[in-house]
Design a protein around this ligand. Structure first.
Ligand SMILES: COc1cccc(-c2nc(Nc3cc(C)[nH]n3)cc3ccccc23)c1
Length: 278
């Protein structure tokens, strides 16, 4: 039957989100872990985001993919709404990125493969995420990337007003110039994400927002000299001003650099496994 808050033992708070807190939780009888996001109805209403939450629940509860955080169920009481979400023990991607400054090419390449696979699944279900950035990504038990927040996702196509509630670093030209946009916005965002994974900051970051805006519109950015040809080729094919010219998610997953990085990691993992069993 339907879960209610009484079926769970609420554990430690994991952290604060925009509209509420996230707690580690466990079902009373089993050892099943979950992450419970508690949202205050009053804050949702004053934030005018109750419809966005309804959309997030509708979308995320129907997405079943190893690189997307599952929304198992939800329930509410007089004051709060509880989302019972899959628990990713590795925590937030952006904390890892901040701690490590930047990721190695094999790590960045593997994350890019995983997010392209997850978004390819979303796009096949006509869902565009629209808010891909390290803050919305989590890390699973085996170090795999998990898309954790569908707060800004919509059913394509859309030209919904995007009230800038955070950084505009990840917005593509068609969104900053308020043109109609489609699934290709997620392609641009993973181009920005790949750059940030490898460099430690996004490509269009500037002191003044007007400079960021101009750099995005012209797709104007430079690479530090240590970024090699492979990732430059992939990033360059994603950060195309014209959405039609961006390569597809399938082409990302088959890109020679991505495949080489996955090969590299598989070999390293096999070597470790052999050393352990030797
Ligand atoms: C702002 O810091 C926040 C906020 C919300 C969650 C975390 C957090 N989350 C998760 N896992 C999650 C979260 C969800 C929805 N599923 N799995 C794990 C962590 C581990 C250490 C610290 C923090 C963690 C942080």
């Amino acid at each position: 039957g339907k879960f209610s808050i009484n079926d769970f033992e609420i554990g430690r708070p994991l952290g604060k989100g925009k509209f509420g807190s996230v707690y580690l939780a466990r079902t009373k009888e089993g050892q099943f872990h979950a992450a419970i996001k508690v949202l205050f109805k009053s804050q949702l209403i004053s934030g005018g985001v109750e419809h966005q939450l309804e959309r997030e629940i509708e979308i995320q509860s129907h997405l079943h993919h190893p690189n997307i955080i599952r929304l198992y169920t939800y329930f509410w009481d007089a004051k709060k709404i509880y989302l019972v979400l899959e628990y990713a023990p590795g925590g937030e991607m952006y904390k890892q990125l901040t701690k490590q400054k930047k990721f190695s090419e094999p790590v960045a390449g593997k994350y890019m493969y995983e997010i392209a696979d997850a978004l390819s699944y979303c796009h096949r279900k006509n869902v565009i995420h629209r808010d891909i950035k390290p803050e919305n990504l989590l890390i699973g038990a085996n170090g795999e990337l998990k898309i954790g927040d569908f707060g800004w996702s919509v059913h394509a196509p859309s030209n919904k007003r995007q009230t800038m509630c955070g950084t505009m670093d990840y917005l593509p030209p068609e969104m900053v110039t308020r043109k109609a946009h489609c699934a290709a916005v997620d392609l641009w965002a993973i181009g920005v994400l790949c750059y940030e994974f490898l460099v430690g900051k996004p490509p269009f970051e500037h002191e003044q927002q007007a400079d960021t805006y101009a750099a995005i519109r012209e797709a104007k950015f430079t690479y530090p000299e240590y970024v090699k040809r492979g990732p430059r080729d992939l990033i360059g094919k994603l950060l195309q001003i014209n959405p039609e010219q961006r390569i597809s998610l399938k082409e990302v997953m088959n890109h020679h650099w991505i495949l080489a990085m996955i090969e590299t990691r598989l070999k390293a993992e096999n070597r470790q496994a052999q050393e352990k069993s030797a």
